[in-house]
Structure formats: structure tokens, C-alpha cells
Design a protein around this ligand. Structure first.
Ligand code: FAD
Length: 505
């Protein structure tokens, strides 16, 4: 790795969500005299999906100073309080993975330990009911209601987190306006060649098919599944996770909007994968993610169309992918952000988040005076940890299921787990221990919601939970459930909340 190279020109290749998010975040460099150029091809276009997000996106938008009502209006967004999983643990069962806090710790004992202990006492008068009754996001979501969290930490509503469903094309357009207004230059055209220099293989520029050349010192590869720079030009290999995550195709289709507008994403398990439903203001996004080794395309298409709640607005479009990541996400003077670096199926809406993390880490390790090996390695390590944590969380959904009704479900349940996940599940099965993961996106509450939702219940609980008097605990829990339900009932309906300035019409 070479050092001592001042970064005066940054070239972003690609204008999908990854490209424009990167451009918007790097646009602040323009004021410092750095040239930021984004190259995109209208003829190639973008992947055209990616509508469901998770709460950290709010931090990204806030860091850019984006006004929320303007953003919601421009991107036709709705609010999202979690993901409903239908038919995952067993056919006919459903659960919600809500955003935000679940319950409240008591005297230093995690809430889920108290909940487990009360259940394990097996006394109807002490039964704590479902875990979701202690989540304000879940209580609001199932009632179709929405409100913003409040700052007062004593209030139940302080525990609510939310994200958005939005039109990804409109988001990219919104960020393009933002970035161009701050000095980012956009070049439209198809890249035909990538030039590298001899001594160290660094990328020096890209040439468009009409002969124009764009040069730079730092390149962000946001070229999507093509991975034009990191994969094709630099030859960084792809590490497949298909043996854990066999789904390799998706069919996506938009349908007419339905009322009421629900404030959550739905993921319904199917015979060889799952189907998503994402409600936006002006339409619903739908898709079917499946394993082509287990299901034919025509059967997948029929299942998708049969599951729609409203008439389709177009023909289903197919996308092919392989779950995994590039071996390195930063190589020489090129950082891959977005699909060019890797892909994990969108079951927990994590791809846009990985883009955000890539950008945040690039900013915090920005190589303004050259490429230091330690910094590049730190970037890689942090991103790989994040990818693998998300991978484990997604595999959990497939592994922890009682479904055996098709070859697909039998195969995924039988697949060997990554060691990291196997250890985590084992710790959980014993006494419900949930170890925090450094740099991990998913909180203990997220793991909890999915582990319990998928039917994995520990046999024991933390001994400290037994110190709390069971009768008093039962009264505290009943009160908490009541306050959560009452707070949710007092919230406006999601539709009404959106009906203000934010809505498009
Ligand atoms: P793309 O959108 O493909 O953009 C690539 C860009 O590179 C385009 O502008 C293209 O024109 C340009 N380009 C490529 N080659 C050239 C060339 N030769 N010359 C010039 N320009 C070029 N994420 C979520 O967070 N939530 C979701 O709900 C979600 N759902 C998904 C569902 C499916 C089926 C799939 C496949 C992905 C989903 N994702 C989701 C992921 C999400 O869509 C992507 O992370 C996001 O759109 C970013 O894509 P991108 O910008 O990396 O690539």
C-alpha cells in the first residue's frame, strides 16, 4: 500500500442508492476543495429495489441535515415500526420484530430474563403474556398507529424507534439534488474501461464509451452487482454464503396501494423462500425471494402474483444474486459501497444500512493524505464484522424453524451453522444469555424478538431474575403491559399521521 498521496479528486462509480448516498455524504468535501464526481449510466439504470429501511437511516439523514417532512414527501415514504414474519416458525404462526425497546430492566436484571423467569414458573396468575406486549413499537404497529418517540426516558414512548419504507428511485433523486447543490459533478455515460497504473495497480481513471475520461485518486465502487472496479478491474474475489443462504433470485412487482397503510414490512415464508410486502404512500412494493434450486421461475411468479393484496402495476422483474461479500471491501484506492461489495437477502432490510456503514467508516478513516495500511485494514475488519453479524442474524430465521414441509425448509434447517451463530444459540438455549456484539447492528432486543418469535425458548433463566419477588413482578408487568397498550391506543392512526404536510397529495 502506498502512502503520501493527497486526495484531490474522488470518483464515485454508480448512481443507485449507494452512489448518491456516498455523493451526498462526501459533498461536504467539495467546500474543502476536493472534486467529487459521480459517473452513472442511464442506459444501464439501477437495481430498482430497496424500499425498506431500519432505524439508523434517521441518523444518516440527520447528519446531512435533511428535513424529515420534505424527505417523506419526496420519497413517498411511510413509517416503519418493524417487520412482521408470517409462517416462519410454523405455518399459521406470526410474530413481529419490533424496533426499539422491549420492557424495562429491573434492578439491573435484563427484562427478558424477568419475562423468562415468570413464564418458567408456569403459574397462570404470574404468566407475563407475549413478549411483544411490552414493546411500544409492536403495540402501535399491530393497531396501525404511529407517533414519534419522546425524549423523556420515563415515558414508554421514549422506547419507540422507527424507520421508513420509501421509493428508492426518489431517494436517489432527492440525494442527487442535495449533492449537486453542494458541488458534486454528475457525469452520465457508460464506463467502457478502467485504467490502472503499473507500479501498484491503483486505479487512475475510467473511460466512457464515447472516449471521455474521469480521473481521480480515490474511487468509490457503487456500480451494483457488476462490481466494475473492485470485482472486475481489481479482481477481488467473491466469497459465497450460498451454502447457508441458498436463495438466489427475486421477482419484484409493484401493486396498487391498499388501505389502511400499515406501519410495518411483512415477510411471508413460502415453499422455497419468502415474499415481501412494503407499503408506500402511492403503491405497494412486493417481491418473492427464492432458491432456484428448489423452485422454478414460473411457480415463483405465480406465488408472487397470487399473494398480492391489490392489482399489479407492472410485470414482475427478475433479479439474480448470490449471498456473500467480496473478500476485501477496500482494495488499493478503491472502496466498494453497496451491492458491489456484497449482498445479503433483504429479510431484515439491511443493505441500505450497510451502505450507510460503509460511508460512515470511510468518512471516519478518510485517506486525505494517502492510504495507510492500518486504516484500510481497520475499515475492512469493521465492515466484515458487520456483514457477518447480519449474515448470522438472517441465517437464524432459516435455522430456527419447525417447518419441514418442503425440500427447501428441510435443507436450510439441516445446514451447518457458522460457529459464531452456533455459539450464540447455545448460550441462549441454556439460560437465555444474549451477549452484546461489538459493532453489531442488531441489539439484544432484535435477537430476542427473532429467537422467541421463531420458537427457540431457553430452558432456564438468569439466577438474578429469581431474586425479584414473583408476585410483585407480575403486578409490575401487568402495569407495564397496560401502559404500553394505553399509549399505543392514544397514538394517531399511521394514515392520519402521514396526512399532514408530509403526504404527497
Ligand atoms: P445499483 O442500484 O444497481 O446501482 C448501480 C449503479 O452503477 C447504477 O447507477 C448503474 O447505472 C451504474 N453502473 C453500473 N455499471 C456501469 C457502467 N459500466 N458505467 C456507468 N455506470 C454503471 N436494501 C434495503 O436496504 N432494503 C430492502 O428492502 C431491499 N430490498 C432488496 C430487494 C432485492 C431483490 C434486491 C436485489 C436488493 C434489495 N436491497 C434492499 C438492496 C438495495 O436494493 C441496494 O443495496 C441499493 O439499491 C443499492 O444498490 P447499488 O447502488 O449498490 O446498486
Amino acid at each position: 500500500m502506498r502512502g503520501g498521496e493527497t486526495i484531490g479528486r474522488v470518483v464515485i462509480v454508480g448512481g443507485g442508492s449507494a452512489g448518491w448516498m456516498t455523493a451526498a455524504a462526501l459533498s461536504r468535501l467539495c467546500a474543502a476543495g476536493v472534486e467529487v464526481t459521480l459517473v452513472e449510466s442511464d442506459a444501464i439504470g439501477t437495481v430498482g429495489v430497496g424500499e425498506a429501511t431500519i432505524p439508523p437511516l434517521l441518523d444518516f439523514n440527520a447528519a446531512l441535515g435533511i428535513d424529515e417532512p420534505a424527505f417523506v414527501k419526496a420519497t413517498r415514504a411511510t413509517f416503519k415500526l418493524g417487520i412482521e414474519f408470517v409462517d416462519w416458525a410454523r405455518r399459521g404462526e406470526r410474530y413481529l420484530h419490533p424496533f426499539g425497546r422491549i420492557g424495562r430492566a429491573q434492578m439491573g436484571v435484563p427484562f427478558h430474563q424477568i419475562w423468562l423467569r415468570q413464564r418458567q414458573l408456569r403459574r397462570p396468575d404470574l404468566d407475563p403474556g407475549p413478549l411483544g406486549a411490552y414493546s411500544i413499537a409492536e403495540a402501535a404497529a399491530v393497531r396501525g398507529r404511529f407517533a414519534k418517540p419522546v425524549a423523556n426516558p420515563e415515558a414508554v414512548l421514549s422506547g419507540l424507534s422507527y424507520a421508513y419504507h420509501f421509493d428508492a428511485g426518489h431517494y436517489a433523486r432527492f440525494l442527487r439534488d442535495f449533492a449537486e447543490a453542494r458541488g458534486v459533478r454528475r457525469v452520465e455515460g457508460r464506463i467502457a474501461a478502467v485504467e490502472r497504473r503499473g507500479e501498484d495497480g491503483f486505479i487512475t481513471g475510467v473511460t466512457l464509451d464515447d472516449g471521455r475520461r474521469v480521473e481521480g485518486e480515490l474511487f468509490a465502487d457503487c456500480s451494483g452487482f457488476r462490481s466494475l472496479l473492485l470485482g472486475e478491474a481489481l479482481g477481488v474475489p467473491y466469497r459465497s454464503w450460498q451454502h447457508w443462504l441458498p436463495c438466489d433470485r427475486a421477482l419484484a412487482v409493484q401493486s396498487e396501494p391498499t388501505a389502511p397503510l400499515l406501519p410495518y414490512t411483512r415477510a411471508t415464508a413460502d415453499v422455497a423462500g419468502w415474499r415481501w410486502r412494503i407499503p408506500l404512500q402511492h403503491r405497494t412494493g412486493n417481491g418473492h425471494v427464492y432458491s432456484s434450486a428448489h423452485l422454478g421461475d414460473e411457480a415463483a411468479r405465480e406465488a408472487l402474483l397470487a399473494g398480492l393484496d391489490a392489482p399489479a402495476l407492472s410485470q414482475p422483474r427478475m433479479l439474480r444474486f448470490v449471498a456473500g461479500r467480496r473478500e476485501r471491501l477496500w482494495d488499493r484506492n478503491c472502496v466498494a459501497i453497496g451491492l458491489s461489495g456484497g449482498f445479503i437477502e433483504p429479510l431484515e432490510s439491511t443493505s441500505i444500512h450497510l451502505i450507510q456503514q460503509g460511508i460512515t467508516r470511510l468518512l471516519s478513516l478518510f485517506p486525505d493524505t494517502g492510504f495507510a495500511e492500518g486504516e484500510v485494514a481497520a475499515y475492512d475488519r469493521l465492515m466484515v464484522e458487520e456483514y457477518e453479524h447480519i449474515r448470522d442474524f438472517i441465517i437464524l430465521h432459516y435455522h430456527a424453524t419447525a417447518r419441514r414441509d418442503s425440500a427447501f425448509w428441510r435443507d436450510v434447517a439441516a445446514a451447518e451453522l457458522p460457529d459464531s451463530l452456533a455459539e450464540r444459540i447455545e448460550l441462549w438455549r441454556g439460560k437465555g444469555r444474549l451477549l452484546p456484539i461489538p459493532n453489531g447492528l442488531f441489539t439484544e432486543e432484535s435477537w430476542l424478538a427473532v429467537l422467541i418469535g421463531q420458537g427457540i425458548l431457553p430452558t432456564g433463566s438468569d439466577p438474578f431474575a429469581a431474586i425479584l419477588p414473583a408476585g410483585e413482578t407480575a403486578r409490575f408487568m401487568a402495569h407495564l403491559r397496560h401502559v404500553v397498550a394505553r399509549t399505543a391506543e392514544a397514538m394517531p392512526f399511521h394514515e392520519d399521521f402521514l396526512g399532514g404536510d408530509a403526504r404527497i397529495e
